[in-house]
Write a protein that binds this ligand. Structure first.
Ligand code: PLP
Length: 385
């Protein structure tokens, strides 16, 4: 009988496994409690209650008012809605939107679309560690600026931005501030009041919830345009029968994620430190990308004169799942926009892999990954053999 290949999943920024507790919470709404929450008979009461209780709990966790949470199909939709909703209020007026050059494509491609409609988009440069400077933001703001969108944590290099300072700068000029917090929520504390943002995007599958569900936070002060027209769900803003089971699963996953979050962050930071220390002892030439203030467990590492894609496939053959460049376009061998933006040393750039650890990973996993990288990079064979 074939021995099962060991799998070590270290690509948690791409997606995470559904927490068993989240699945348990979802099952009744997939089996017996299937009533449409918008209908009037008593059978619909429980699903309706589940949706509203989930909204309340999620709001409470992020320090927001429950009226400000809108359920969406995930991070991409939340980002699209946030940007288009504000922009469409100024159609034909050539207003300015400011974002950063390292955003996820959910933001960048929405900006490209808005550019075609006549909006002026400013893509702020970032420092070598991936941070956006308040000074650069301040320079880019003009009287035509209607919206600023800067991600809270980067999906490739893990860099966490100083969102509070950036949002303050926006508010000095009464400009709306949105943050894509998809990689942050459930991994580091996220509190709307402390961040001072007007809009925030989240996605459940990045924190142990199901795929295809997320939410957009929108402050009561902001005028929001409906995103999907239809039967008037989500206060007429996002029509379509609610994805009850997934909403409940997302809420449960978020509760679990933030429970003892400090201990979890420490555990993942320690695992990262072990990885970096162990890899130092291997004698390979490498650099670690991103700022010191990174999402715990997020490691973007670039090896000198190595082909990252070759390394990814060779690790895959050994049962290790990592990414090169961005998770969402990992088939692309071109240097990612993020690595370009941080002006990475070209001798190292193409040898970049992203390891994003999760709580199920152990020190043994780290040792196995380091040992495997060492074997691959010291072997003569540079193709998938
Ligand atoms: N924003 C960021 C920063 C992401 O990392 C991702 C997914 O990788 C998204 C948005 C898109 O989220 P979703 O997969 O829920 O559409």
């Amino acid at each position: 009988m074939n021995k099962m290949k060991k799998r070590i999943y270290v690509d948690h920024a791409a997606t995470t496994q559904l927490f068993p507790e989240a699945l348990e919470a979802m099952l009744p709404y997939l089996k017996n409690k299937y009533g449409n929450p918008s209908t009037l008979y008593s059978f619909a009461r429980e699903p309706h209650k589940a949706v509203e209780e989930s909204r309340k709990k999620i709001a409470e966790i992020i320090g927001a008012d429950e009226n400000c949470i809108y359920f969406t199909s995930g991070g991409t939709e939340s980002d699209n809605w946030a940007l288009k909703s504000i922009a469409f209020q100024y159609l034909g007026k050539r207003k300015r939107i400011i974002t950063s050059s390292i955003e996820h494509h959910a933001i960048l491609n929405t900006c490209k679309f808005l550019e075609k409609l006549g909006f002026e988009i400013v893509y702020l440069p970032v420092k070598h560690d991936g941070t956006v400077s308040v000074k650069e933001l301040s320079k880019a703001i003009n009287t035509e600026t209607i919206l600023i969108s800067i991600m809270m944590a980067n999906n490739e290099i893990g860099t966490i931005q100083n969102i509070f300072e950036l949002a303050q700068e926006a508010h000095k000029y009464k400009i709306i501030f949105h943050t894509d917090a998809v990689q942050a929520i459930g991994h580091i504390p996220v509190n709307i009041k402390e961040l001072g943002v007007d809009m925030l995007s989240a996605s459940a599958h990045k924190f142990g919830g199901p795929k295809g569900i997320g939410f957009l936070y929108v402050s009561n002060r902001i005028k929001l345009n409906p995103y999907i027209d239809g039967g008037g769900q989500e206060k007429g803003m996002r029509s379509g029968t609610e994805n009850v089971a997934s909403i409940v699963g997302m809420k449960r996953a978020l509760e679990i994620s933030i429970d003892k979050i400090d201990d979890k962050m420490e555990y993942l930071s320690n695992l990262s430190k072990h990885f970096v220390n162990d890899i130092k002892n291997v004698g390979l030439s490498f650099i670690i990308n991103g700022s010191n203030n990174r999402i715990p467990g997020s490691i973007s590492i670039s090896f000198k004169d190595v082909e990252g894609e070759m390394l990814l496939h060779r690790l895959d053959l050994k049962g290790i799942c990592v990414s090169t460049g961005s998770a969402c376009n990992s088939k692309n061998t071109e240097l990612s926009h993020v690595l370009k933006a941080i002006d990475i040393n070209r001798d190292y750039a193409f040898g970049t892999i992203r390891i994003t650890l999760g709580l199920e990973n152990t020190l043994d996993d780290i040792k196995y990954i380091v040992k495997t990288i060492k074997e691959i990079l010291s072997s003569k064979c540079n193709s998938i053999c």
